[in-house]
Design a protein around this ligand. Sequence first.
Ligand code: DC
Length: 233
Amino acid sequence: MAFNIAIDGPAGAGKSTIAKRVAKELSYIYVDTGAMYRAMALYFLRKGIAPEDEGAVSAACDEITVTISSEHGEQQVFLNGENVNSFIRTEEIGKVTSTVSAYGKVRQKLTQLQREMAASTDLIMDGRDIGTCVLPQAQVKIYLTASVETRGKRRFLELQEKGAVCELEQICKDIRLRDEQDMNREISPLRQAEDAVLIDSSFMGIEEVVNEILKLVRETSDKKIQEKSVKGL
Ligand code: DC
């Protein structure tokens, strides 16, 4: 059975940075499920389908194939065969994604694919519903969060570094809106799974969070080995 690590949490909590580092340490595959939802959102945007039109979005789902691969340790996302990595990281796509990812047809499509990947591969998968819905059997579950102010400041610095003009207040407002949408949708809302370990990274550095997760993984694998030896397996 493959070893699966699920990391969920709100936008800007640092999930992808942390998950990438943990994956590298363990030589696991890293799956960024947000990127898969973003690829679908890009399709709707390009086709001129209004994100609020659930009927049209759902009908278009059958025209879409999303696949991923890994190149030099970086996940590549393909939308109907086209590598769309460089188009999916904009704020506009983020907003559209948050809206369309609430629809059952969109979630169904990606959840199935994500489960298939996890069944046969040791991996760390990040998203909003990995521990609660996609991989409820994951051996390690983390709920990674941070205050809106911390997440906003991180995003602000990231954008400034890229030379973008932005306002901290507006970024925090957008984050609050994303949280609101992701946490209050009917299907697979963002929430901490009962058996997930909560990590609040507001006052923690990347290394500290990575080490805490690696410790949890080690403890869980040791426990599994002990259980097997007790059962004489
Ligand atoms: O992690 P991210 O910012 O790339 O995610 C973009 C949006 O996708 C986010 O607002 C919610 C949605 N999403 C989701 O609904 N379920 C997931 N497993 C991953 C992302």
